[in-house]
Design a protein around this ligand. Structure first.
Ligand SMILES: Cc1cc2nc3c(=O)[nH]c(=O)nc-3n(C[C@H](O)[C@H](O)[C@H](O)COP(=O)(O)OP(=O)(O)OC[C@H]3O[C@@H](n4cnc5c(N)ncnc54)[C@H](O)[C@@H]3O)c2cc1C
Length: 318
């Protein structure tokens, strides 16, 4: 009987960093771990979980491609029950945020979503959950049922793979009832990590002047391996798509490094990025509110700074 069940997510057949973070946390806390993956590459992902401490990993490949809540919820319930785990960990991805509240309802349990920390206290799990746009953090304890926690990415350390493979148990997927069908999946244009998983983000605001100038940020992002984000002002102006918006009505991000270029730092923007480990702000107005939140601030014009910044970063990284 394991104590922790980790829901695995992958990209191009490899475990996502967020999944490795969860497996690492369970292993470093000495907890018996099992894992589960669903989808075309489920068996491969399940096997990889062994390198981060999961002894057993369940895998299921439904006949229809893509996410179907009915099929996923039924499979997750089966996998979690078979694992015997009391703690269920998943990344706070769009899929998990849709599936796990349903799983919790079916298993008479509750979910803490969008958490930024985990700790064990006398055998009890405590999840840290930011509230009021990150102004305070709640310590969430579960009174009964499964402890289901959806963690934001880039919050926990990762260990190196140790070369082991998990014992993979294949589970047959149920047939979908047809009540819910996936019409189509729209892939993002970028092959960079999604904003919610990115380790480095460069975001642009109205200070970028016009849509074309986002090429400057794309160029800088290429040097740093970063994903480009944006404020709502530029999304509303139609310069970039909504998928790039960071903030209260956009995405909540948690990178190690967030570079805000020409963004004033409105409370609704900060609500989405204040969980970043290091924040660098570039703004020509020394009184811009973003500087109150920034770890490092550069008062200056982004168009004058981008070139030298790229040059210095290239030197430092090569
Ligand atoms: C209900 C609600 C929800 C919202 N949700 C979001 C959200 O999810 N995300 C979000 O971002 N906003 C959101 N907003 C909007 C938010 O209030 C701000 O209007 C928005 O964040 C401002 O975007 P900005 O910082 O790009 O633009 P501005 O506030 O106009 O700031 C532009 C900044 O660029 C600087 N600048 C100008 N030129 C340069 C230059 N050449 N070099 C360097 N700096 C320069 C200026 O000094 C200024 O500080 C929401 C608002 C509401 C009411």
């Amino acid at each position: 009987m394991s104590q922790v069940f980790v829901f695995l997510e992958g990209k191009d057949g490899t475990l996502k960093k967020g999944s490795v973070e969860l497996l690492t946390w369970a292993k470093t806390n000495g907890l018996e771990t099992s894992a589960g993956a669903i989808g075309a590459d489920a068996a491969g992902l399940a096997k990889q979980a062994g390198a981060f401490g999961a002894k057993v990993a369940f895998a299921s490949t439904p006949s229809a491609e893509g996410y179907n809540p009915e099929v996923y919820v039924s499979l997750l319930k089966e996998m979690i029950s078979a694992s015997g785990a009391q703690i269920v960990l998943a990344n706070a991805s769009a899929l998990a945020k849709d599936a796990f509240p349903r799983v919790a309802a079916r298993m008479d349990s509750s979910v803490a979503s969008d958490c930024t920390g985990l700790k064990m206290d006398g055998g009890k799990l405590i999840a840290l959950k930011p509230l009021y746009s990150g102004k305070c953090t709640a310590e969430v304890e579960f009174e009964s049922g499964l402890n289901i926690v959806l963690m934001r990415s880039n919050q926990l350390p990762v260990m190196d793979a140790d070369g082991s493979e998990a014992d993979v148990k294949t589970i047959d997927a149920p047939q979908a009832s047809g009540n819910v069908t996936l019409e189509k999946t729209v892939q993002g244009a970028s092959n960079k990590p999604d904003l919610t998983e990115a380790n480095v983000i460069i975001s642009g605001g109205r200070g970028m002047g016009e849509a074309k100038n986002f090429e400057i940020l794309e160029d800088l992002a290429g040097t740093l391996g970063a994903t480009v984000g944006a404020s709502r002002a530029v999304v509303d102006a139609g310069w970039v798509p909504h998928g790039m918006q960071v903030g209260q009505t956009g995405k909540t991000v948690s990178p190690s490094l967030y570079i805000a270029c020409g963004i004033s730092g409105a409370i609704q923007h900060m609500a989405g990025m204040s969980g970043s480990k290091v924040i660098v702000a570039i703004n020509k107005d020394a009184d811009a509110p973003i500087f109150q939140k920034a770890s490092y601030g550069i008062v200056g014009d982004i168009f004058e700074l981008a070139g030298p910044l790229k040059e210095e970063l290239s030197k430092a990284l090569n």
